[in-house]
Structure formats: structure tokens, C-alpha cells
Design a protein around this ligand. Structure first.
Ligand code: GDP
Ligand code: MG
Length: 162
């Protein structure tokens, strides 16, 4: 079985756009409406001659137990099913309470965790990516899923982490 990368994050941070970048093709459904990816969807990926699976998770929609419980549950499901977890944060919004909560769960994980600072479309937002060091998940990897910036470096980190 090939290694699995799970992509988690709040709705609308650009998870599905980034998944398409990582795949090098358009398969994950991108929507301006938050939370459109309801279920987890797995795709086959290939980078540097290595095959792996990318799981695009749905947004953190508040369930009966509330947003906090929903976030924690998503992170825990992703951790149990994946070899590496990628938390995607929108730098144009920054780290919200939701990211603080999920980072706390992910820091306890035995799995490697990578942090993608998405929507770094220009030099100006690069500084905002560095602010995400505060999540305690290591170096924020600046990417722009729509422009393609940083996706090759991120893929290299993913392979290193497997
Ligand atoms: P998801 O809900 O996390 O899967 O987010 P989507 O991939 O559906 O994207 C949500 C919105 O963010 C869409 O309008 C995307 O075009 C936009 N988006 C995604 N990545 C970027 C990026 O790197 N820069 C900018 N400016 N917008 C982005
Ligand atoms: Mg999505």
C-alpha cells in the first residue's frame, strides 16, 4: 500500500485547490462556498517517481457537538488514517482559534505534520506566512495553490516525511 497524505484545514483555505496542484491535474472540487467537500476523497499522486495517496478532507462544519469538537474529530480521523498530515492555513486570514485548536491536537500526533501557509500570492504575504510559526508545527511552507508557487518544495517535504 502506498503512503497517505491527509490534507486538513478550515473551509475555504484552499485545500482542494492545493490538492489539485499536488496532483498536477484538476480533480478535487474547488468552490467559493465553504465546506463543499463533504466527505474525504482520495486521489493517486506521483512525485519524483514515488506514488502516494492524497486525501482531501471536508471543511470543519460545526456538527451537533459544535465547531471545536468537529475540528478535533477531523484532525483525529486524519491522523489515524494518514502517514503524514498537512494542515493548510490561509495567510490572508491567519491562524484563528480553529487553527490553534487543531494544532494542539496535531502536536500530540505521532505522525509527521506539515504546515502549508496558502494564498502567499506575492512577496507582501510572505511575512504573514512566517507568523504561523506560532502554531508550534514547525516551519510554515509558503504556497500559492492558485499560482503554483512553492508546490514543488512542499511535495519534496511530503516525500521526506513519509
Ligand atoms: P477548501 O474549502 O479549503 O477546499 O478551499 P478551495 O480549494 O475550494 O478554495 C477556496 C477559495 O480559495 C477558492 O475561491 C479558491 O480559488 C481560493 N484559493 C485557493 N488557493 C488560493 C491561493 O493560493 N490564492 C488565492 N488568492 N486564492 C486561493
Ligand atoms: Mg475543498
Amino acid at each position: 500500500p502506498q503512503p497517505v497524505l491527509a490534507v486538513v484545514g478550515r473551509p475555504n483555505v484552499g485545500k482542494s485547490t492545493l490538492v489539485n496542484r499536488l496532483l498536477g491535474r484538476r480533480e478535487a472540487v474547488v468552490q467559493d462556498t465553504p465546506g463543499v467537500t463533504r466527505d474525504r476523497v482520495a486521489y493517486d499522486a506521483l512525485w519524483s517517481g514515488r506514488r502516494f495517496t492524497v486525501v482531501d478532507t471536508g471543511g470543519w462544519e460545526p456538527d451537533a457537538k459544535g465547531m471545536q469538537a468537529s475540528i478535533t474529530a477531523q484532525a483525529e480521523r486524519a491522523m489515524s488514517a494518514a502517514d503524514v498530515v498537512l494542515l493548510v492555513v490561509d495567510v490572508q486570514v491567519g491562524a484563528t482559534e480553529a487553527e490553534e485548536a487543531v494544532a494542539k491536537v496535531l502536536r500530540r500526533s505521532k505522525r509527521p505534520v506539515l504546515l502549508a501557509a496558502n494564498k502567499v500570492d506575492d512577496q507582501r504575504t510572505l511575512a504573514e506566512a512566517a507568523a504561523l510559526w506560532s502554531l508550534g508545527l514547525g516551519e510554515p511552507q509558503p504556497v500559492s495553490a492558485t499560482h503554483g508557487r512553492g508546490s514543488g518544495d512542499l511535495l519534496d517535504k511530503v516525500l521526506e516525511a513519509f
